[in-house]
Design a protein around this ligand. Structure first.
Ligand code: ADP
Ligand code: MG
Length: 383
């Protein structure tokens, strides 16, 4: 049975009626990593894996929610003190609360939901969940909130109800995603632009190392400090440089002797990465996927050798991709674990996946997971 039919069956069993069906998506980021807090570009798209929810206004002030993934039912009110204890329900509660805080109407509703974004794998199942409900409640209660504000509702949910201080990219991609398009988002101005992504003859595939190294948060803070330090040094000569992404490469060279070598290398990566996003956008407008792939390798190199946020497992997968002539491959997300994102010619797909599974398992003792993704529509009403 399809996910939709399973949801509908459960919904009828629990609530005896039919509701409306909404969905939103997980996301990938093709290129543009560690650029967000430097005021640079990210380049995400929604994927063909997401969350689907049947939702019906129930005429009370209570939310009745059932998560198919957890096989768990939860009921909660809409006031701040009604915060549910289940983690999954906090995402729904947070979306309700943040919508109410922004002047939106939210009353009781009943819902059954399910998803096929792997949880915690770096594809942002949480943003898919928030965006589905932000979109659904906005629609059902006729709030007329624009999509950018809905993304902020999802982001604020993470901050205030789930303890995750994330940026806006994931919710933005989930809500604004379109089939066949990636979206370049300027993290400083929040301007965005769609670019065509129709890699005919290629597949986009994630290989999940299934490792998470614990350095991530302290290393992250150190990287941020390095970037700020480099930006401050450049700003002395170029006062308009607000964020590191505003700096030209030669401006960084001018201050090379004034900052620690480590900060220089971090900044070199970031400034290069901002330019690579622009280069990838140009390449996509020409349909030049070989250049896109080359840029992905350059990003991986930068993340591994300059920014130093890769790890043995991810470098191993990247190196294997290069050896097998895969078009593009790089670590996706903050680093220290998670997935590589790979652009693979159709005919290379099977041998590459087989080799990755076998060789990774031989080296690290467990098989990586593999997720095929297609760039697809984001938040929408299905029925
Ligand atoms: P991710 O990188 O996938 O966003 P997070 O840890 O941020 O990982 O979010 C995962 C959490 O989101 C889960 O622990 C769960 O609470 C919620 N979630 C995601 N997908 C689902 C789902 N299909 N059903 C119920 N809850 C989900
Ligand atoms: Mg998340």
């Amino acid at each position: 049975m399809e996910m939709k039919e399973k949801i509908q069956e459960k919904f009828r069993t629990l609530f005896g009626q039919d509701g409306a069906i909404f969905a939103s998506a997980g996301r990938v980021n093709l290129i543009g990593e560690h650029t967000d807090y430097n005021g640079g570009y990210v380049f995400p798209g929604a994927i063909d894996k997401g969350i689907m929810a049947e939702v019906m206004v129930n005429g009370t002030e209570k939310v009745q929610a059932y998560s198919m993934h957890h096989d768990e039912y939860c009921e909660f009110g809409l006031n701040e003190e009604d915060k549910p204890s289940q983690n999954w329900a906090r995402y729904l509660f947070g979306v309700c609360r943040e919508m109410i805080k922004r002047g939106g109407k939210v009353h009781g509703f009943s819902t059954v939901f399910a998803g096929d974004v792997p949880l915690g794998a770096g594809l942002s199942s949480s943003a898919a969940l928030e965006s589905t409900f932000a979109f659904a409640l906005n629609n059902l209660f006729n709030n007329g909130i624009d999509k950018f504000e809905l993304a902020k509702i999802g982001q604020a949910t993470e901050h205030n109800y789930c303890g995750v201080k994330c940026g806006i990219m994931d919710q933005f991609a989930s809500l604004f995603g379109k089939a066949g398009s990636l979206i370049r988002l300027n993290c400083k101005t929040l301007e965005y632009k769609y670019f065509p992504f129709n890699p005919q003859g290629y597949k986009l595939v994630l290989i999940d190392s299934c490792v998470k190294h614990e350095l991530a948060s302290s290393a992250y803070n150190k990287r941020r400090a390095s970037c700020e330090n480099a930006a401050a040094a450049i700003r002395k000569y170029h006062p308009d440089v607000e964020f590191l992404s505003d700096a030209k490469r030669q401006w960084l060279d001018e201050v090379r002797d004034e900052i620690p070598e480590e900060d220089f290398l971090r900044a070199e990566y970031v400034i290069g990465e901002v330019q690579r996003v622009l280069d990838v956008c140009d390449a996509l407008e020409r349909g030049d996927y070989e250049t896109v792939g080359e840029m992905m390798y350059q990003t991986h190199f930068g993340m591994s050798k300059l920014y130093e946020v890769s790890c043995e497992e991810l470098d191993f997968l990247n190196k294997l991709a290069r050896k097998m002539d895969v078009t593009g491959s790089r670590v996706m997300g903050g680093g220290f674990g998670g997935c590589t994102i790979n652009l693979v010619k159709d005919e290379l797909y099977e041998p590459f996946i087989a080799a990755a599974k076998e060789q990774f398992a031989a080296r690290f003792g467990h098989e990586p997971k593999v997720y095929d993704v297609v760039i697809s529509d984001g938040a929408r009403k299905i029925q």
